[in-house]
Design a protein around this ligand. Structure first.
Ligand code: NAD
Length: 499
C-alpha cells in the first residue's frame, strides 16, 4: 500500500498526525494509497518555512520568476502522459480527459511566462507641479490554495502558477481524494528552479483547512469546491481579515432554440452532460428546449445517444466515453437523486440505475440517466447532482427559458444553441451567469481571459487566472513623489558648509 506524503521545503515529508485518508481506485473500489491528514501544528510549521522562503522569492525580479514558469511549462509538456495517467488513476476520468485536465492548467502556466507584463505598475507624469505618481504591484506574502477532486491538475495549476509568479509563497491543500498530481507538480516545480519552501503541499481535510483560515501569516485564500464549503471558507477567511475568492458549485443550463441544429445540440449535450461522468463544474446538467417541437426533436436524438454511451475504466482506452464517479458515497448520492426524481414525477427517459460493468462490479460506475419533463421545484433540478444525469426542462418561449436560467441560484456557466445572432446576443447580454457559450456547450474561457461564476457559484472578488489572478495575488502600493528643485537651477561654486 503506497503511503503518500506532504511536500515541505522541497522534500517529501511523512505525515506525523497518525491520521490517514484512503485513496480509492474508483474503477475497482479498492484502496490504492493512503494520504496523511495534517494537523494544525504541521500546517503552522509549513507556513513558517514558506514565510521565510518568500522573502527572497518575492525579491527576485519578475523575469527570473517567469523563467521558472517557462521551465515548468516545458517539464509539464515532457511529462504530459505521466501526469494525465496520474490524474486518471485517482480520479477515474478517461486518459484524453486527463490530458485535457493537464493541458488547461498548462495554459495558465503559459500566461505566467509573460507574468512581468501583468505585474507592471502605472505611472502618471506630472500629476501636479513637479509631482509624479506611480503604483506598483507587490506580492501578498504567503497565500493558500484549497482545491477540489474533479480537476487534480488544472485547478492546482490555476492556483499555484499565478500566485508564485506574483512572488508569493503558496500553501496548496489539494483534495484528499486525488493529491498525487499536486505532489508530482511540486517535484517538477523544484526541477524548474523554484526555491525550496516557496510551494508547500500540505495534505489534509477540514482540520488543516481551518488551520489555514485561522493562520495570521496566510494573507489570501483561493478556494474551489462545493457551494456550502465555499461559503463557509469565504466567511471564515474574510472574518480573519484575509482576501478570499471561493468558487462553488453549479447547475448549468443550455437553451436550445427551435432554429438550432438539433443534431449538433444533442451531440453537445451528451458531451457536456456526461463527459467526466458529469463531475465538472461547467457540465451542462439542464437542457432547456424552447417549444414542444424542439423538446420532442431533442428527446428523440438524445435517447439513443445517451443509451449508447460507453462507460468503463480509463485503462480500456479510446473505447470509453466516461469513467466511474469518485467514491461509493458519490455513487449512492447520485442514484438516490435519480430515485427522488422518479418519486417526484419526472419522466426518466433513460434509466442509468443498476448499471453493472463485468469485471468491475465493485467500481463506482453510474449509468447515464436522462430525465424529461423536469420542473424547477423538483430536487433533481434544485440540487447539483454532479453525476451522469441530464435533466430536461421544457420552456414555452425564449423569455421563459431565460427566466428559468436566471432564477436558478447558481450562475457558473450557461449556453444557447441557435442560428439567430440577435437572440444569441440578447442572451449573452442579459443572462446573469459568469460564463456564456453561444453554440458552445462548455465555455471555459482561455487562460488569458478569466474564469469565474456569478450568484452562488462564487464568493468574493476577482476571477481565477488571467489578469484578475494577478490582481488577486498582489497588493497595490501608490507613491506620490515630489522632488524639490536642486542642482538643475545652476551649479554652486563656493565651498560651503552643509547647512
Ligand atoms: P468539496 O467542497 O467537498 O471539497 C473541496 C475542498 O474543500 C477539498 O480540498 C476538501 O478537502 C475541502 N473541504 C471539504 N469539506 C470541508 C469542510 N467541511 N471544511 C473545510 N474544508 C473542507 O468539493 P469536491 O467534492 O472536492 O469538488 C466538487 C465541487 O467543486 C462541485 O460542487 C463542483 O461544482 C465544484 N467545482 C467548482 C469549480 C468552479 O470553478 N466554480 C470548479 C471545479 C469544481
Amino acid at each position: 500500500m503506497q503511503e503518500l506524503t506532504h511536500w515541505i521545503n522541497g522534500q517529501h515529508v511523512k505525515g506525523s498526525s497518525g491520521r490517514m485518508a484512503d485513496i480509492y481506485n474508483p474503477a475497482t473500489g479498492e484502496v490504492q494509497a493512503k494520504v496523511p491528514l495534517a494537523t494544525a501544528d504541521e500546517l503552522r510549521a509549513a507556513v513558517a518555512k514558506a514565510a521565510e522562503a518568500q522573502k527572497a522569492w518575492g525579491a527576485t525580479n519578475p523575469q527570473r520568476r517567469a523563467r521558472v514558469m517557462m521551465k515548468f511549462g516545458q517539464l509539464i509538456n515532457e511529462h504530459m502522459d505521466e501526469l494525465a495517467e496520474l490524474v486518471s488513476r485517482e480520479h477515474g476520468k478517461t486518459l484524453p480527459d486527463g490530458r485535457g485536465d493537464v493541458q488547461r492548467g498548462l495554459e495558465v502556466v503559459e500566461v505566467c511566462m509573460g507574468g512581468p507584463s501583468l505585474l507592471k505598475g502605472e505611472f502618471t507624469d506630472n500629476g501636479g507641479p513637479g509631482i509624479d505618481l506611480y503604483s506598483m504591484r507587490q506580492p501578498l506574502g504567503v497565500v493558500a490554495g484549497i482545491t477540489p477532486f474533479n480537476f487534480p491538475a488544472m485547478i492546482p495549476l490555476w492556483k499555484m502558477a499565478p500566485a508564485l509568479t506574483c512572488g508569493n509563497a503558496m500553501i496548496l491543500k489539494p483534495s484528499e481524494r486525488c493529491p498525487s498530481t499536486s505532489l508530482r507538480l511540486a517535484e517538477l516545480l523544484k526541477e524548474a528552479g523554484l526555491p525550496d519552501g516557496v510551494l508547500q503541499v500540505v495534505n489534509g481535510d477540514k482540520e488543516v483547512v481551518d488551520a489555514i483560515l485561522d493562520d495570521e501569516t496566510v494573507q489570501a485564500v483561493g478556494f474551489v469546491g462545493s457551494t456550502p464549503i465555499a461559503q463557509y471558507i469565504y466567511g471564515r477567511a474574510a472574518n480573519n481579515g484575509k482576501r478570499a475568492q471561493c468558487f462553488g458549485g453549479a447547475k448549468n443550463h443550455m437553451i436550445i432554440m427551435p432554429d438550432a441544429d438539433m443534431d449538433k445540440a444533442a451531440d453537445a449535450l451528451v458531451g457536456a452532460g456526461f463527459g467526466a461522468a458529469g463531475e465538472r463544474c461547467m457540465a451542462i446538467s439542464v437542457a432547456v428546449p424552447v417549444g414542444e417541437e424542439t423538446a420532442n426533436a431533442l428527446r428523440e436524438r438524445l435517447i439513443p445517444r445517451v443509451e449508447n454511451l460507453k462507460v468503463g475504466p480509463y485503462t480500456a482506452g479510446d473505447d470509453v466515453d466516461y469513467g466511474p464517479v469518485i467514491t461509493s458515497a458519490a455513487k449512492e448520492r447520485i442514484e438516490g437523486l435519480v430515485n427522488k426524481g422518479v418519486e417526484e414525477g419526472a419522466d426518466l427517459a433513460v434509466d442509468g440505475r443498476n448499471f453493472k460493468l463485468q469485471g468491475y462490479e465493485n467500481g463506482f460506475f453510474v449509468g447515464p440517466s436522462y430525465f424529461d419533463h423536469v420542473s424547477p421545484d423538483m430536487t433533481i433540478y434544485k440540487e447539483e447532482i454532479f453525476g451522469p444525469v441530464l435533466c430536461q426542462v421544457r420552456a414555452a418561449s425564449y423569455d421563459e427559458a431565460l427566466k428559468i436560467t436566471m432564477d436558478n441560484e447558481y450562475g457558473n456557466g450557461t449556453a444557447i444553441f441557435t442560428a439567430d445572432g440577435d437572440t444569441a446576443r440578447d442572451f449573452a447580454h442579459r443572462v446573469n451567469v459568469g460564463m456564456v457559450g453561444i453554440n458552445f456547450p462548455i465555455p471555459v474561457p482561455l487562460s488569458y481571459h478569466t474564469f469565474g461564476g456569478w450568484k452562488k457559484s462564487a464568493f468574493g472578488d476577482l476571477n481565477q487566472y488571467g489578469p484578475d489572478a494577478f490582481r488577486f495575488y498582489t497588493k497595490t502600493k501608490t507613491v506620490t513623489a515630489r522632488w524639490f528643485s536642486g542642482i538643475k537651477d545652476g551649479g554652486e561654486f563656493n565651498f560651503k558648509a552643509m547647512d
